[in-house]
Design a protein around this ligand. Structure first.
Ligand code: 4AD
Ligand code: MG
Length: 487
């Protein structure tokens, strides 16, 4: 059995004089004497002092030569108070063993600053850097906090299917799942591919959302949430889009849009607080990383607040809430628009562009914003139709809500659901969705239906906001994006 002490435990409760063994990867080796060791248990490195005998004794010298960047070592010795600045305790090593030599001359990473793009191409090693170690510890922390939040409030975790026959968002951005021979698929007499002969006896795809199945559960056990991978074949090469991402979708019976907005705000604040309270070292490191990076930028290109300051600001202030109609009015009467600074004109009836969302959050309200009641014509079929004239809108709206964050834009999209059977049937006909595909979804409205609402939080966008990472590809271990499915 292997016995070792974890670095985080040593630093949390240092027992001076204790004989200990540590194992980890060398983050840095200074002056042929000081190893900065990290075993993943926390953001802080642990200093191991290499005794002189490793340089002087010919029998030990081969070990000494192998102590280098990202080599994996085992060190045993006594825990002492540190003489040097920068750490309070250190290991006065007696023996050092190389567990995994690192062939530095051919190792892809080097002990210097490397670009995010380069590290992405070396995703099998990027987690060994301090930045990515912190990002992935925080990713874990957010996932844990999500389950804690809902569990503590009586929600049930619902596993929605990954393979489905329906397109929940109706946007047609799905990955097909098939076992048919793509070169020679079975065909119907009129020449079309015969999906009846496919594995499931119908055409199937990877899910874009677990919402529709979440609604089934909410209308039986009241308060549920899904938390799983979702897939979108949208060809968006942006810093906020992935083809495979994780979504959290609470769905609640006896909830309207107002309840839904309150839940969304409380929920994301809880997630941020959890990380602020439990991962201060990782946040500190990521905060410093951004400050260092921004040093070379002109003042107006820097973030208005440091990372930790921004997280505190978000949890301490109420989110702004506006209707879509008000939002469009704000955008149209802004100087920004009048000076022609928007690429896309904000007009009632078209979706808010990323630049509009960022203007509302970063310039107008200077805090997160929840926009509600969007035009019916641009939203999904399942959203509840509002009474005509709601918010003074010129056309019909639906009880949709998006939560917009600084830098990221939309982190949450959700709505109250259309629980009125006739309206829902009329809507899917209007949108050309075949009724047979959604027979079960429609029956929920005929047999013991209830007002209900829910939303989807983009997990990676949330992690992106909390870690301050500029690109969503850097907060998921192995990003899937157009033309990229390595690792
Ligand atoms: O707004 P969306 O499309 O909403 C739904 O899927 C609903 N069914 C949710 C619900 O009401 N239960 O997606 C929800 C969130 C977005 O706000 C965004 O944060 C994230 O999912 N998201 C993506 N994240 C990364 N890459 C993509 N391609 C994303 N598309 C959406
Ligand atoms: Mg959306």
């Amino acid at each position: 059995m292997i016995l070792r002490t974890e670095i985080a435990d040593i630093l949390r409760d240092p027992r001076i004089g204790a004989e200990i063994t540590v194992m980890g990867w060398v983050r840095a080796f200074r002056s042929n004497r000081f190893i900065a060791l990290n075993d993943g248990s926390g953001a802080q490195n642990f200093q191991v002092v290499v005794p002189d005998k490793y340089q002087e004794d010919p029998a030990l010298e081969p070990v000494f030569r192998k102590i280098g960047f990202h080599a994996c070592i085992k060190a045993t010795g006594k825990l002492v108070e540190s003489q040097g600045a920068g750490q309070s305790v250190e290991l006065q090593a007696d023996t050092i063993e190389i567990l995994g030599e690192n062939k530095l001359d051919i190792y892809p990473l080097q002990p210097k600053k490397q670009t995010m793009e380069f590290l992405r191409e070396n995703a099998h090693f990027r987690m060994r850097t301090s930045t990515f170690s912190s990002v992935f510890r925080i990713r874990h922390a957010v996932a844990y906090a999500i389950h804690k939040y809902y569990n503590d409030r009586g929600f049930y975790y619902m596993h929605s299917p990954i393979i489905t026959g329906s397109d929940a968002e109706g946007a047609g951005e799905m990955f097909r799942v098939t076992t048919l021979d793509v070169d020679n698929p079975p065909r119907t007499p009129d020449g079309a591919v015969n999906w009846k002969e496919d594995f499931f006896g119908k055409s199937t795809n990877l899910t874009v959302s677990g919402q529709l199945q979440g609604e089934i559960a909410a209308l039986a056990i009241g308060k549920v949430y899904t938390f799983g991978p979702t897939f979108r074949a949208e060809n968006s090469n942006t810093s906020r889009h992935l083809a495979e991402f994780w979504m959290i979708e609470p769905e609640v019976a006896f909830f309207d849009i107002e309840n839904n907005m309150n839940l969304a705000e409380d929920f994301v604040k809880f997630l941020i607080n959890h990380v602020l309270d439990n991962y201060p070292d990782d946040l500190q490191l990521l905060d410093q990383r951004i400050k260092d990076e921004e040093k070379s930028l002109p003042q107006d290109k820097r973030r208005p607040m440091g990372l930790i300051e921004m997280l505190r600001f978000v949890v301490e202030n109420d989110f702004a809430r506006v209707s879509y109609t008000e939002a469009v009015n704000i955008l149209r009467s802004s100087n920004h628009f009048k000076k022609g600074k928007f690429e896309f004109e904000p007009v009632w009836g078209s979706d808010l562009q990323a630049e509009h969302e960022r203007f509302l959050v970063e310039k107008e309200f200077k805090r997160p914003v929840i926009v509600r009641n969007y035009p019916k014509s641009i939203k999904a079929f399942y959203m509840r139709e509002n009474d005509p004239g709601t918010d003074g809108a010129p056309e019909l709206t639906v009880a949709a809500m998006d939560v917009l964050f600084p830098y990221i834009g939309e982190v949450i999209g959700g709505s109250q659901r259309e629980e009125r059977h006739e309206r829902l049937v009329a809507r899917i006909h209007e949108m050309g969705i075949p009724e047979e595909e959604l027979w079960w979804y429609l029956q929920l409205r005929q047999f013991g239906g209830a007002p209900h609402a829910g939303f989807g939080l983009g997990f990676e966008r949330m992690v992106q906001f909390i870690t301050g990472m500029g690109n969503i590809r850097d907060v998921i271990p192995f990003p899937r994006t157009p033309k990229n499915a390595e690792f």
